[in-house]
Design a protein around this ligand. Structure first.
Ligand SMILES: Cc1ncc(COP(=O)(O)O)c(C=O)c1O
Length: 418
């Protein structure tokens, strides 16, 4: 029997979501009713009063900054390791971005580094639950409250994760989430913001009411991409058609999946406004509602896979394994290890059938996009960014896949040395 070939991700889009799209598009329902229902059910799940669908997390973030009363020149603390679009949009809107370091292996904002970065101009902090790992929210909230700093949780990679028994997104003044096709839940594209603040929610709703509705053709196109991902990662297709292409592409110096799904990093020249963004549609909300009915099950499957890897990769020579703040119930959006020879390790793993990626995060203190952030020193961010590698942890992995992965990681680490 062929040894397993394991894709780096599996989409949360399935035939059930495809049927939902077909059903939604062939029926003329009330656009707003489905959106309100999804928002309500999402808010209930997170444990907050309001959720508002927005076109993207970055735009939701900008609306939150403004809605919370921040003004150009105010300082916003973000983790050094994060998604480039977050500092990019804040800088374009005239805010000052201040990076603070992360825990080396937790990859999330270090509360002590956050506290050290506070100045009299600090007005907000963005604890980012990166790779599905919750930040130490009780500690971060305590520090933020002491200094009168607003807390906006970046929950883009952690919908459904918990800290101290509560869902992330429910701790701060507000939070944003994103639901692209490769996230743990999808609304094709699209995102959400949440808050307990009635006035802020009303402002966000007014803002979204002025945006043009997203053309239906876009949802259809995304459903096709979701279907293509579903087929490409299927166990009868991936080993024979996709894995060999990924191995060959990487040998030639190009990663076909990264090229296809990565988004070019840009410096926004000016803050985007509502005219650039389109309001989400009912079809997206209906896909979201279907996803909500299975998110707990899918997250539990991810977490079980992640805990298996935590346990079995704990003592592999040369390999740095993830850590989690006390009280965190991670949802393992990614399983991120460190290795000083990560390129050689990635090649060795692909040779054993396990696909990996360096992912899409940036060390924003060393990114050519943000020269003004170079003066900040975040040593854990630098080290993590240089050494990190994502291993597959998605819900479709079987026990056989996991055992194979553990053997492949052990053998590959031995092969490449430290
Ligand atoms: C941690 C993090 N924050 C923010 C975003 C931005 O989300 P969006 O593409 O919806 O703007 C992403 C996107 O993947 C992300 O991973």
């Amino acid at each position: 029997m062929l040894s397993p070939r394991i894709p780096r991700f599996s989409p949360s889009f399935s035939p059930a979501e495809l049927l939902t799209v077909a059903h939604s598009l062939t029926r003329r329902g009330d656009e707003h009713a489905a959106i309100r229902r999804f928002e309500h059910e999402f808010a209930t799940m997170i444990g907050v009063k309001h959720a508002v669908m927005v076109p993207s997390a970055r735009y939701g973030f900008l609306l939150l900054l403004r809605g919370l009363g921040l003004e150009p020149g105010d300082e916003i603390i973000v983790p050094g390791l994060t998604y480039w679009a977050i500092p990019s949009i804040a800088l374009a809107a005239g805010f000052t971005v201040v990076p603070a370091d992360i825990g080396l292996h937790s990859h999330v904002l270090d509360p002590a580094a956050f506290e050290a970065a506070i100045t009299p101009k600090t007005k907000a902090v963005v604890p980012t639950h990166l790779f599905g790992t919750p930040c130490d929210m009780p500690r971060i909230l305590e520090i933020a409250r002491k200094h009168g700093i607003k807390v906006i949780e970046d929950t883009a990679q952690a919908t459904g994760a918990r800290m101290a028994g509560e869902m992330v997104g429910s701790f701060g003044d507000a939070a944003y989430y994103t639901f692209g096709l490769t996230k743990n839940m999808t609304t094709l594209s699209g995102a959400m913001v949440s808050t307990d603040d009635d006035e802020l929610a009303a402002t966000l709703r007014r803002e979204m009411a002025t945006a043009q509705p997203r053309p239906i053709g876009k949802a259809l196109k995304e459903a096709m991409v979701g279907t293509a991902m579903m087929v490409a990662t299927h166990k009868w297709v991936y080993p024979f058609a996709v894995h060999p292409a990924v191995v060959l592409g990487n040998k030639l110096g190009q990663d076909p999946i990264h090229e296809r799904f990565g988004e070019a990093e840009v410096r926004y020249e000016r803050a985007p406004d509502a005219s650039r963004y389109q309001a989400p549609r009912a079809v997206q909300a209906e896909v979201g509602l279907r996803q909500l009915s299975k998110i707990e099950r899918l997250n539990s499957a991810r977490a079980a896979n992640g805990r298996f890897l935590d346990e079995h990769l704990a003592h592999v020579p040369g390999l740095g394994v993830p850590t989690y703040p006390d009280g965190a119930e991670a949802i393992y959006m990614s399983f991120v290890v460190h290795h000083p020879q990560r390129t050689a390790l990635a090649d060795a793993l692909r040779g054993r059938g396990v696909d990996t990626t360096v992912g899409y995060m940036s060390d924003i203190t060393r990114s050519p996009l943000f020269p003004e952030l170079e003066r900040f020193d975040c040593p854990h961010t630098r080290e993590a960014f240089a050494n990190l590698l994502h291993l597959p942890v998605h819900p479709r992995l079987t026990r056989r896949d996991l055992k194979h992965m553990v053997e492949a990681v052990r053998a590959s680490c031995l092969e490449v040395g430290a």
